[in-house]
Design a protein around this ligand. Sequence first.
Ligand SMILES: NC(=O)C1=CN([C@@H]2O[C@H](COP(=O)(O)OP(=O)(O)OC[C@H]3O[C@@H](n4cnc5c(N)ncnc54)[C@H](O)[C@@H]3O)[C@@H](O)[C@H]2O)C=CC1
Ligand SMILES: O=C(O)C(=O)COP(=O)(O)O
Length: 527
Amino acid sequence: MTKPRVLISDKMDPNAAKIFEERGCDVDVITGETPEQLIARIGDYDGLAIRSSTKVTKAILDAAKNLKVIGRAGIGVDNVDIPAASAQGVVVMNTPFGNSITTAEHAIALMFALARQIPEANAQTQAGKWPKNDFMGVEVTGKTLGLIGAGNIGSIVASRALGLRMKVVAFDPFLSPERAVELGIEKVELDDLLARADFITLHTPLTDQTRNILSAENIAKCKKGVRIINCARGGLIDEAALKAALDSGQVAGAALDVFQTEPAKESPLFGTPNFICTPHLGASTNEAQVNVALQVAEQMADYLVNGGVTNALNMPSLSAEEAPKLKPYMALAEQLGSLVGQLTTGSIPRVSIHAEGAAAELNIKPIVAAVLAGFLRVQSDTVNMVNAPFIAKERGIEVREVKTEKAGDYHTLIRVSVKTDAGERSVAGTLFSNAEPRLVELFGIKVEAELAGHMMYIVNEDAPGFIGRIGTLLGEAGINIGTFNLGRRAAGGEAVLLLSVDSPVPANVIAAARDVPGVKRVMALAF
Ligand SMILES: NC(=O)C1=CN([C@@H]2O[C@H](COP(=O)(O)OP(=O)(O)OC[C@H]3O[C@@H](n4cnc5c(N)ncnc54)[C@H](O)[C@@H]3O)[C@@H](O)[C@H]2O)C=CC1
Ligand SMILES: O=C(O)C(=O)COP(=O)(O)O
């Protein structure tokens, strides 16, 4: 097997490259390239490891013909076009916890830097001014800290602020009241936070809802003399409004680690009194960089080498331990999805996936993704497990999952049912020896067939001599039959015949089979 190739395109701790190599990947570290250079190079790689400097645009993804996974050594993925990656079947993963303590500490450091004007005092002291009477600070003890966003980083900031004897109020629509109690903070509405906070610190992702959350209007609603810290994303604050509020004294100080446009080599805020900034250093400690580098490399190598999925933003998780166990199930699920996809026509408003017996104990999400991939690939060969759930959603297909732990006729079973204009149609399969996928039921008829390669599907009236006629027809066309699988509802009733053949069945042979007396339906299938 050729080794997966990984490109590290941003500055990353050397542990990342080491782990990739140890896990059987070839790795190149090429940082600081232009988008055009990356477009020219990316086609060679299966994995791309990044931080925030590489912007993974649709143009880069379009050129990334072999790419399977993008790994973000850090948290924010706003520099990756995730819809474009998903559409192309590329897994996007991040390391959601590796740098959170470090970033929370940076927010606290900036809060103190603002409270005591440390950067300016330092600069003037070193300039020989000894400005002892020019820097009157404020204590943080007893002050109110307003958290906008109380997720991983926000809650660490809260715990540190509580240790500093601050009162913490938080605006986060997704924060449960129980979690707020657990954190020892007060959950409030945004206007309440703006009116009460002495310090405001932002810890949300940049989304359509959070963009400009500190707008001119909201800054005006703040307590006069508020101090603002942003270690999350630049677009959360209206920078022009912040400049005006610093000039007017509405805001007593602001500390930004992140800017609307990065790298921020110029800004109207630069040089404003009581404004301090750092160049997106939130995650820049030895500890955090080792954490995220090790984690991203391990996660990406797991996916490229074993199929394990951890911390993906566009695919269900699948641990490296689960992956080998689930592998035959995913093959079965994909075959069953493909079979119903090939046998049904018209719009399908619903696909249901039922796991029964041993299958019900497994992580069903990857199985569902595999069914959908098989089902939708009939229409487009660019569908895979990553993009299939998104495509199903786009097409308005409702996806249902059901688990029944009690085993039926088989110790383990996956059933795929689709709602069609003609009613519900279902196929089911099991694993022989826990490893070999077998179809065991087709539209209510019991069969036992391996779904592989080229096949022919025939529905006919059960009658003597029929099988001989089909055999002769294929023989005369020079098509060799591999396996022959029969099933019927009742003697003399409707029967199905699934044949595996060594070569594709041409259209004229399909047409001739349709003319055989008793035949109701004939189709060529491929797996
Ligand atoms: N400066 C730096 O170097 C770093 C910056 N970051 C950034 O910090 C941010 C937060 O990271 P985490 O805490 O790990 O994320 P998280 O996902 O754990 O927490 C984000 C919180 O924001 C909340 N939220 C979402 N929409 C909201 C809204 N409209 N209003 C208020 N709250 C909302 C969520 O409910 C969640 O609790 C991210 O943008 C990340 O990119 C992260 C690491 C380093
Ligand atoms: O993890 C994040 O979201 C960060 O913003 C850290 O960015 P960086 O890896 O330092 O470019």
